[in-house]
Design a binder for this molecule. Structure first.
Ligand code: 5AD
Ligand code: SF4
Length: 512
């Protein structure tokens, strides 16, 4: 559904006992569209519209005057960035941010659906918020993000968490002003979740977290439909932003003094495929962005299948394009990859790695791996171990497979006991730690370029930052260097971080 279809659509609200009440719609203009994973899977039937004209309408001005908002974000960087957009909309409405739930007039949970434990955390938090709502009945509580795209979640909230005032989906973020207004006026829970693609909306306000590193969406959605993954259903079909919009945003961030940009998409390597009027891919985009005077540019997340030679060639030009690539492999077994519908074999993945290493010899590769896929044999798991070693990954996010309702894998019989899955995860994690520590050993005694993020989380007397290859470095130094790139001499390497001594600031010259 897009904006036009919404306006044509039937509008109603859902009361907290889950009954449709027709006449409310006339007054409150709320929209109840039950989310549907089935609908979400239907692709391309509806045209994706590109809106350049987002603005806050007069009717919402001052809606947040004297009020505070609090957003808790779960999950990936895409969600973090959506939170920045929602914070931008709240601010434009006159709300101010607070970092305590108790002080808030509106609380949003921006949720993640990728694994069951992510969902459990959100339901736990909703349980806690019940008490707050009882003490403060005017408080508005909202659930948004990926979980709100699942009909089972929406039904559970409608049934068992009636203290929630609004649920809205990942395609409905730009409608936050309308949703808030409805929630203030309606006695019922406001549910607005569009199941399909959604549009590309430009000009959304953003309140970025910090002024050192920024995230920039280059595309939305995913059409890959890996059999375990809920994302193609919760985030809709692949839609790319226009290159000129992205370039302008990155230029603007550079002018504001940002030091690092991470380009975001669920499958950034598919960037541009849907731009009908031009042949333009991620390689072309990176080639343009590398000319912008901003010290570091990253991207996440890659899919090996769409990682083309042009992109490799552009990345090998380096400059502000960092030599770290996060390249999720998921499994080292061709048979498991096939069941996962990853659309590449072990050999094809290794060939891609060979090409990347030939072009960028000092590249740092990290990955995502799922263990205990339905019916994964011990031998297949060992193929993952051997692939990990063969590539020499420097880090990995590792997961036990978690069935997601509505995905093809959730229907597969699974003969691997949970105890065995846990053992495999432990074994893999031991290897990941060993390889991470080994990768850091090469830096002993060296001087590294570190972008200083701020004080270390554990000790405010220590500063923390990251190298181009995304290695965490802790060191003592003056607070004035926060936000700058500095040289740090390595004094000690640990499993996941480096300790060092501040040497000097990096001279700021153009990156090209
Ligand atoms: N179970 C376990 N891990 C998953 N991931 C995605 N879906 C699932 C699932 N159902 C992992 C993949 C992906 C990362 C973001 O999360 O490894 O790359
Ligand atoms: Fe999920 Fe990534 Fe596969 Fe898309 S490419 S379905 S987001 S794992």
């Amino acid at each position: 559904m897009n904006e036009e279809q919404r306006l044509e659509g039937q509008q109603s609200v859902v009361t907290k006992d889950n009954k449709q009440e027709k006449d409310y719609s006339k007054y409150f203009q709320s929209v109840y569209m039950p989310p549907s994973l089935k609908d979400a899977k239907k692709r391309g039937k509806e045209e994706v519209k590109y809106h350049n004209d987002f603005s806050i309408s007069e009717e919402f001005r001052g809606l947040g005057e004297g009020k505070k908002f609090y957003i808790r974000t779960y999950g990936c960087q895409m969600n973090e960035h959506d939170t920045e957009v929602m914070a931008g909309i709240f601010s434009a409405l006159g709300y101010v941010a607070t970092d305590t739930k108790e002080a808030a007039d509106v609380i949003l949970l921006n949720t993640c659906a990728i694994r069951e434990n992510a969902e459990d955390k959100v339901f736990g938090e909703l349980g806690h918020l019940k008490h707050l709502k009882r003490e403060k009945p005017d408080l508005l509580i909202g659930v948004c993000g990926c979980m709100s795209q699942e009909e089972s979640v929406v039904n559970k909230i409608l049934k068992s968490h009636q203290h929630v005032d609004m649920i809205f989906g990942t395609h409905n973020i730009h409608r936050l002003p309308n949703i808030l207004k409805d929630a203030y006026m309606a006695k019922a829970m406001v549910v607005e979740v569009w199941s399909k693609e959604g549009d590309v909306v430009e000009n959304l306000p953003k309140v970025r977290r910090g002024n050192i590193k920024a995230w920039v969406n280059i595309m939305y959605g995913c059409d890959k439909f890996c059999t375990y993954c809920i994302v193609p259903y919760t985030r809709g079909k692949e839609r790319s932003r226009r290159p000129e919009e992205i370039i302008q945003e990155v230029r603007h961030l550079a002018a504001q003094g940002y030091q690092e940009v991470t380009l975001l998409g669920q499958n950034v390597n598919a960037y541009g495929k849907d731009l009908e009027d031009m042949k333009y891919g991620l390689g072309d985009l990176m080639d343009e962005l590398r000319k912008i005077d901003i010290p570091r540019i990253r991207f996440t997340t890659s899919h090996p299948r769409d990682f083309d030679d042009h992109l490799i060639e552009v990345l090998s030009k380096k400059g502000n394009l960092v030599e770290h690539i996060h390249l999720p492999v998921q499994s080292g077994s061709t048979d498991v990859l096939k069941i996962m519908a990853r659309k590449y074999t072990r050999e094809q993945f290794l060939e891609l790695v060979r090409k990347i290493k030939a072009a960028i010899p000092d590249v740092a590769l990290t990955t995502d791996i799922i263990v205990g896929y339905p019916n994964e044999t011990r031998e297949q798991f060992e193929e993952t171990i051997s692939l990990f070693k063969e590539v020499g990954f420097e880090g990995a996010y590792t997961f036990i497979y978690s069935p997601r309702e509505g995905t093809p894998a959730a229907k597969m019989n699974d003969n691997v006991p949970m105890e065995e899955k846990k053992r495999r995860l432990q074994e893999l994690n031991a290897l990941v730690n060993e390889y991470s520590a080994n990768a850091l050993k090469q830096y002993e005694g060296q001087v590294l370029e570190v972008l200083v993020d701020g004080e270390s989380k554990k000790n405010p007397d220590i500063l923390a930052g990251y190298t181009r290859k995304n290695k965490l470095v802790n060191f003592k130094g003056p607070k004035e260097i926060i936000g700058k790139r500095v040289l740090v001499k390595v004094t000690e390497v640990k499993t996941w971080h480096i300790n060092g001594e501040f040497v000097e600031e990096v001279a700021t010259i153009g990156v090209n």
